[in-house]
Design a protein around this ligand. Structure first.
Ligand code: FAD
Ligand code: A2P
Length: 271
């Protein structure tokens, strides 16, 4: 009996589920994604985050992670940084299929379409691992039911760091559920800041100068038609918040939907 329970893909441990890792893909020395079995009872709204972690000898080490998979996926996907000396990721970076990752029972967060007023065009602005919640949202049919157009931007220091978002968008074309919708409604824009690429520059700068809108051939940001979700470092969130407010956008929350919502891609960068 014990063997049967131990072999189950998901073990209910009370506060957490211990979920078997099914797939791991490394993109760079600092970035990887992995998939796990999904607890049948775990429900989340696309864009939410959940506590995940690894069991240590004395107690689990847990951190917040955006769920990167869509709500209809039978597995869970996460997109992760590898922090040198990081309490969680110095171990998490070595996980293999068959290992177990702890997943919390209570997904939560503000990067959800429920926290936005209806609009025509949804901007999803991300830097670094801030692309993770949007990996879920761009694969969700409901996103395209609510918005006529979805503009997903991802900015990183160098081109290899864009591999996850680029791969997702490319694969979306073949997706039986959202492939057709995404083909006509999803606009993907990537840029790099520390090397020359076809598109270079911080997203803040590209919005301020209008270069983003020239590239994607859309009008400048307008609170009448546009909504925004932002995920990145505190500095990036703060700058974009200021820029959106200056353009007449109001911040929303689960309790009071607005024109834009923000979520930290990570805590503790000292700002
Ligand atoms: P920590 O001790 O947690 O972090 C050490 C330092 O590393 C931090 O002070 C910071 O400077 C830096 N750092 C941590 N995380 C990142 C990051 N993601 N990008 C760049 N620098 C970072 N991380 C993910 O990789 N994927 C996610 O989907 C994700 N979602 C999050 C959602 C929320 C709401 C929050 C608050 C954080 C999220 N994080 C995510 C960060 C995550 O919780 C951990 O900080 C990260 O896994 C590193 O854990 P650690 O214990 O190894 O290092
Ligand atoms: P830059 O290379 O100019 O710092 P990081 O890896 O440090 O989290 O950064 C991820 C991406 O976010 C990088 O391209 C970085 O640009 C960009 N970035 C950092 N700070 C800001 C900010 N305040 N506003 C917009 N983009 C930012």
């Amino acid at each position: 009996m014990l063997d049967m329970v131990q072999n189950a893909n998901v073990i209910d441990q009370g506060a957490f589920f211990a979920c078997k890792v099914t797939e791991v893909e490394h993109f760079t020395d600092d970035l990887f994604r992995f998939r796990t079995a999904r607890p049948a009872s775990l429900r989340f709204r696309p864009g939410e985050f959940v506590m995940i972690g690894l069991q240590e000898e004395r107690k689990p080490v847990l951190r917040a992670y955006s769920v990167a998979s869509p709500s209809w996926d039978e597995e869970l996907e996460f997109y992760s940084i590898k922090v040198k000396g990081g309490a969680l990721t110095s171990r998490l970076r070595h996980i293999q299929p068959g290992d177990r990752v702890l997943v919390g029972r209570k997904p939560t967060g503000t990067l959800v379409t429920d926290a936005l007023k209806p609009g025509k065009r949804l901007y999803m602005l991300s830097t670094g691992t801030g692309a993770a919640p949007f990996a879920s949202l761009i694969r969700e049919p409901d996103t395209y039911e609510r918005f006529e157009e979805v503009v997903f931007t991802h900015t990183c220091r160098t081109a290899p760091e864009l591999a996850y978002s680029q791969g997702l968008v490319q694969a979306l074309g073949e997706d039986p559920l959202v492939g057709e919708l995404a083909a006509s409604r999803l606009v993907y824009f990537d840029s790099v800041t520390r090397q020359q690429g076809s598109r270079t520059g911080r997203i803040t700068h590209l919005i301020e100068t209008g270069a983003l809108f020239d590239h994607i051939d859309r009008p400048a940001l307008n609170p009448e038609t546009d909504r925004a979700m932002i995920c990145g470092s505190m500095a990036m969130l703060n700058e974009l918040k200021t820029m959106l407010k200056a353009r007449g956008f109001e911040e929303g929350s689960n309790a009071k939907p607005g024109d834009f919502v923000v979520e930290k891609a990570f805590a503790g960068d000292g700002i």
